[in-house]
Design a binder for this molecule. Structure first.
Ligand SMILES: Cc1cc2nc3c(=O)[nH]c(=O)nc-3n(C[C@H](O)[C@H](O)[C@H](O)COP(=O)(O)OP(=O)(O)OC[C@H]3O[C@@H](n4cnc5c(N)ncnc54)[C@H](O)[C@@H]3O)c2cc1C
Length: 385
């Protein structure tokens, strides 16, 4: 792995920095949580700005509409945008970070042409309909049925924890197309239009106070078979591609964001006197080392994905997901320690950050499941069951 910057990459960094310096001061604040239409409009407008400036889909392959950037350029982009406090990927999350890359890797020419450009231009939002009641960690237990009816499937069932479902145009949906096959074999990966008749979205309010995800009920929803990505009943393999993108590269920008939060905490601790506590200083120092290590792991994962893994992150994805979600939780625990009552009274962002951090060890596969993956696939230990 060589991630030292070439002259060209340093020029890319300088150009990006200049552009961010010009556009960010003019951007308004992102609308508050629960203004979902407002947030959608904001996030898609930002994506459009990135697209117009040539920064959309930087790491996507050129034949998928991306810029075919080097791994180092991709990391520079993440680092510089986070460092400058550029908007979060927000409602564009699923489309840009895992549905889009999955379609680029597994879709046919018509599907790539139909779905990828609107994702890159910030015109269409995707959500992820994988989890179901009783099929979260054990995803292969999913029961949503798709029955063939001519050129279509008729889909019936329900999904849960579908982030951004209330503002999404499309859903990457897992369905059971062959109930008689072995659990992992009878599954297909479909793109479902969220405005199709029979789709009902019911938002769920979380501990953090916002309704970021929803239950989605499906009642004989008609989906063209042409919207299936990959072969019928081969959806489990396609899903593994989606999940490795989700776990491996989708959170990487947040490592830089966490380093920014940590630096802000250290400044606050100096200002409010908490810095005098050697135990707290040790804690912040340990977190700083941890996030530096995570950034190195990120570089390694991205480099592996683009050079050795055919564009798909490998087992390093689970190492990253496991460690990052734990580090993020500890960061916000340390924040509560530094800020004390102030965190509750004066700044809701800290409270939201703390509460949201709890979900990171669950979202995109729980820590226990990541440990199982590492035990079985990396260490070669026997399966638990
Ligand atoms: C913030 C957030 C956003 C999400 N967004 C989406 C989304 O957009 N789309 C989507 O489809 N899903 C989404 N999810 C759902 C998420 O993927 C599931 O919550 C997750 O897979 C866990 O499934 P579960 O909640 O059913 O828990 P369960 O699978 O019931 O697990 C409960 C507990 O048992 C443990 N456990 C279960 N099986 C094993 C095992 N074999 N070995 C060891 N331990 C085990 C788990 O680790 C966990 O601690 C989101 C979740 C969160 C928290």
């Amino acid at each position: 792995m060589d991630l030292s910057c070439t002259e060209e990459e340093e020029e890319f960094r300088a150009r990006l920095r200049r552009w961010l310096g010009e556009v960010l001061p003019k951007l308004p604040d992102r609308p508050a949580a629960d203004d979902w239409p407002g947030r959608r409009a904001y996030d898609t407008a930002w994506q459009r700005m990135l697209y117009d400036a040539g920064y959309a889909g930087l790491h996507w392959p050129v034949d998928a509409g991306g810029r075919g950037a080097t791994p180092t350029q991709h990391l520079i982009f993440l680092e510089e945008t986070e460092r400058a406090g550029a908007p979060y990927v927000g409602a564009n999350f699923v489309g840009l970070l895992h549905a889009g890359p999955t379609i680029a890797a597994e879709g046919d020419a018509a599907q790539r042409a139909r779905w990828l450009p609107p994702i890159l231009r910030g015109e269409e939002i995707w959500c992820q309909g994988f989890s179901e009641p009783d099929a979260g960690s054990d995803l292969a237990a999913l029961r949503t049925r798709a029955v063939r009816d001519g050129a279509d499937y008729l889909v019936t069932g329900s999904k849960i924890w579908t982030s951004h479902a209330q503002v999404a145009d499309w859903c990457e949906l897992l369905v059971r197309t062959d109930p008689s096959a072995a659990r992992h074999r009878g599954i297909s990966w479909l793109a479902m239009p969220m405005d199709a008749p029979g789709v009902t979205v019911r938002p769920l309010r979380t501990l953090a106070g916002s309704a970021e995800f929803a239950e989605v009920f499906l009642d004989e929803v008609r989906i063209p078979a042409a919207y299936r990505v990959g072969a019928e009943n081969d959806g489990w393999r396609v899903t593994m591609v989606t999940l490795s993108f989700e776990r491996g590269t989708a959170f990487v920008g947040e490592v830089v964001a966490c380093r920014r939060v940590l630096a802000a905490l250290a400044r606050t601790a100096r200002d409010n006197g908490r810095w005098d506590d050697p135990e707290l200083r040790r804690r912040l120092g340990r977190l700083s080392a941890w996030f530096t290590a995570l950034w190195r792991l990120t570089q390694w994962n991205v480099s592996q994905a683009q050079h050795g893994g055919g564009g798909v992150p490998g087992a390093g994805a689970s190492v990253f997901k496991l460690s990052f979600s734990q580090a993020r939780q500890e960061l916000y625990e340390a924040a509560a320690e530094v800020l004390g009552g102030y965190a509750l009274d004066a700044d809701r962002e800290w409270v939201a950050g703390r509460l949201t951090s709890l979900s990171y060890t669950i979202a995109a596969g729980t820590s226990q499941i990541q440990r199982n993956i590492l035990a079985e696939r990396v260490l070669g230990l026997p399966k638990g069951r």
